[in-house]
Design a protein around this ligand. Structure first.
Ligand code: 5GP
Ligand code: ZN
Length: 114
């Protein structure tokens, strides 16, 4: 828990969120500013600042996030596919410095960078 971190406060219940999934490693909730019919933020319960801070000690949280993404996507009915986005650092457009994966779907997504 990082006292100054927005997502740590959400995980801790200090700030309300629309929770969709939770387990020992992962907390997932709906984005406050959704970019698609389904837009869920999947975050590790440990404070990891960004993808740049993933290492051998904490990478289990990343694996658990992806396990959760598969479960949530199925529960949300995203049978035809979806997109997972991780913005990293300033150039990557990350605005909340707690590692998170955007799970986006429920429509045909067109914009592609790669
Ligand atoms: P980033 O730009 O860091 O990749 O994504 C941060 C995301 O967090 C944005 O999509 C933004 O809408 C979302 N967000 C920011 N503050 C809150 C909040 O207080 N509650 C929720 N549910 N989402 C938030
Ligand atoms: Zn945090």
């Amino acid at each position: 828990m990082n006292e100054k971190c927005l997502f740590c406060k959400i995980i801790n219940g200090d700030i309300p969120s629309a929770k969709v999934y939770e387990d020992e490693y992962v907390y997932a909730f709906r984005d406050i500013n959704p970019q698609a019919p389904v837009h869920i933020l999947v975050v590790p319960k440990a404070h990891i600042g960004s993808a740049a801070e993933v290492n051998a000690e904490n990478s289990v949280y990343v694996a658990k996030c992806y396990e959760a993404i598969a479960k949530i996507a199925a529960a949300e009915g995203l049978d035809n596919g979806y997109r997972v986005i991780n913005n990293c650092g300033e150039d990557g457009g990350q605005s909340v410095m707690h590692l998170h994966f955007h799970l986006i779907g429920g429509m045909k997504l067109s914009e592609k960078i790669i």
